[in-house]
Design a protein around this ligand. Structure first.
Ligand SMILES: CC(C)(COP(=O)(O)OP(=O)(O)OC[C@H]1O[C@@H](n2cnc3c(N)ncnc32)[C@H](O)[C@@H]1OP(=O)(O)O)[C@@H](O)C(=O)NCCC(=O)NCCS
Length: 165
């Protein structure tokens, strides 16, 4: 979980031109509707994910799987991809979901992101056929915003019981 103190280090070590992405995620966490997870190697942040406690962002997903906890905004920094950071973040997110008393986790994957879909399938997420158009803004290296819409399919995984009971 990313604390307010850690946010200072995060902003310094992982700048996000054009938008205070880390600050926005921590603000959502402080409102209680999500938990912001960050993977570190020493002082260096490698990747992050959000555990969204208040249901799926997509209207179709939310209606088909009401109350399902969604893992969102998974990203690993480009130089760190392919070495297990993404899988570790999902595993940590699932532990959090289980410890919150939930038996199911879900995530959305874009139709044009087969690499991420392969990872999710390997980790046990199954297709649902439930699709939503998700609007989002991303920022390029110069901080210029780009508004896009992606066609997301919801994937769902049933979680084993928590070892914490
Ligand atoms: C998708 C992503 C989070 C995976 O994290 P990761 O740390 O690279 O993943 P891991 O090392 O744990 O697992 C490797 C698997 O991730 C997937 N993958 C997706 N993009 C990849 C990339 N650029 N490089 C390497 N693996 C990638 C592949 O399925 C790979 O499995 P493979 O070895 O069989 O090809 C990361 O690549 C990323 O940040 N991509 C850009 C943002 C994104 O697409 N986020 C997901 C939105 S749904």
């Amino acid at each position: 979980m990313c604390s307010a103190e850690v946010l200072v280090q995060l902003r310094a070590q992982w700048p996000t031109p054009g938008s205070d992405v880390h600050g926005a995620h921590v603000a959502v966490q402080q409102r209680g509707s999500a938990t912001y997870l960050v993977a570190w190697r020493g002082p260096m942040p490698l990747g992050s994910a959000m555990v969204k406690w208040d249901g799926c962002v997509g209207a179709n997903a939310s209606s088909a799987y009401p109350g399902c906890v969604e893992i969102r905004h998974l990203q690993v920094r480009p130089g760190e991809r392919g070495s297990g950071v993404g899988a570790a973040l999902i595993t940590a997110a699932e532990q959090l979901v289980r410890s919150g008393g939930h038996i199911q986790a879900c995530l959305g994957v874009a139709a044009d992101n087969p690499d991420a879909a392969r990872l999710y399938h390997r980790l046990g997420y199954r297709p649902t056929g439930v699709r939503d158009q998700i609007a989002y803004t991303w920022y390029d290296e110069d901080g210029a915003p780009h508004n896009e819409t992606q066609d997301n399919e919801l994937l769902v995984k049933r979680l084993a019981a928590s070892v914490d009971g």
